[in-house]
Design a protein around this ligand. Structure first.
Ligand code: MRU
Length: 332
């Protein structure tokens, strides 16, 4: 099976896999202009917090090479604001803007993501018992990071280590990143996986042997409160009730220490049509909808945050401060 590469540098433009068409169709597109880049991010053709960062980094390199300085600054600001919740977008844009060589900085971000994800997988491996029942939400694999994945890479590392995980993937309404993308990535890797509707998660914890829940993150505040795909908070509440340890897996680029708590994290509101229609077909014609794309799980519900620098444990505020204070190697 061919690998699904979500973002690729083509020399003068950036190519991306249109994730809206998966799993049915594998469609690659090229982004050359600021409109192309913003549209790819805003429509979720490119999605997942770290992958948005990698794509935006290459996008900024394209724009820097093609636009006069005044228009470049304005265009970069539009890319930075294309989606509000995943902090990796602003983090990557700021890092490329601060570098004298935009392309070198973008390449470094992409390469680091690969190594970071490998380390996240290794950090999380000991959290997964043999034969573990695992529940997860949204998509957190290579498609979502441009590397190997975060929460999904922990599951894959356990699978490669012969631990035979049994995975339940929430379908992840309304855009079905779980059913379409997480299932695809786990199934291709040969993992024992089934999709459940989001509403089945608590029942699965009640009736099946579930040993842990693990999800990704879009932004983590200084106290460990974590924004992730809508439905994550409900999953954490259900996990707490059923005494299932709930883990978050994310790179340090997903932490935003400028925010004291999760209540300050901006939450993206998306169109009502995403809820009232299914792939363009109205299912609740004329209905009003409320469509927050993310929610915030309090750090108090999180058993550990799996990073490239190990598993952080509560109390998260000092644990997060400590990991950022420690010296780290970086290439750009
Ligand atoms: O709206 P999306 O599909 O970009 O949301 C993605 C998620 O919520 C992921 O869980 C998160 O970005 C982590 S990806 C490793």
């Amino acid at each position: 099976v061919s690998e699904l590469v979500p973002v690729r540098w083509l020399g003068d433009s950036v190519e991306y896999l249109d994730q809206r068409a998966l799993p049915g169709d594998v469609v690659y597109r090229q982004a050359r202009t600021v409109d192309d880049i913003v549209e790819a991010i805003a429509t979720l053709s490119v999605r997942g917090a770290p992958c948005i960062g990698v794509f935006a980094a290459y996008g900024i390199a394209v724009l820097k090479a093609s636009l006069p300085p005044e228009r470049f600054v304005e265009a970069a600001a539009r890319v930075r604001a294309a989606r509000p919740t995943a902090v990796n977008l602003a983090w990557a844009v700021d890092r490329v803007m601060a570098s004298p060589d935009a392309l070198a900085a973008a390449v470094a971000i992409a390469e680091e993501q690969m190594r970071t994800d490998e380390r996240i997988g290794q950090s999380g491996l000991s959290l997964v018992p043999n034969g573990a029942g695992i529940i997860t939400h949204c998509n957190t694999g290579a498609l979502a990071t441009g590397g190997r994945g975060t929460a999904l890479e922990v599951i894959l590392a356990a699978h490669r280590a012969g631990k035979r995980p049994r995975v339940y993937v929430d379908e992840t309404r309304p855009l079905l990143q779980g059913a379409r993308l997480n299932y695809l990535e786990l199934d291709r890797a040969g993992v024992d996986v089934r999709v459940i509707v989001d509403g089945a998660a608590a029942f699965v914890m009640q009736r099946e042997q579930i040993d842990l829940a693990i999800v990704g993150a879009d932004r983590i505040a200084a106290n460990g409160d974590t924004a992730n795909k809508i439905g994550t908070y409900g999953l954490a509440v259900a996990a707490s009730y059923h005494h299932v340890p709930f883990y978050v897996a994310a790179p340090l680029s997903t932490f935003d220490r400028s925010l004291a708590t999760g209540s300050e994290i901006p939450i993206e509101l998306r169109s009502e049509e995403e809820v009232t229609s299914f792939r363009g077909t109205p299912v609740a014609p004329g209905a009003c909808a409320y469509n927050p794309a993310f929610d915030v799980t309090p750090g108090t519900l999180i058993a550990g945050i799996v990073t490239e620098c190990g598993v952080l444990r509560a109390p998260f505020e000092p644990a997060i401060a400590e990991v950022f204070a420690a010296p780290r190697t970086s290439t750009a």
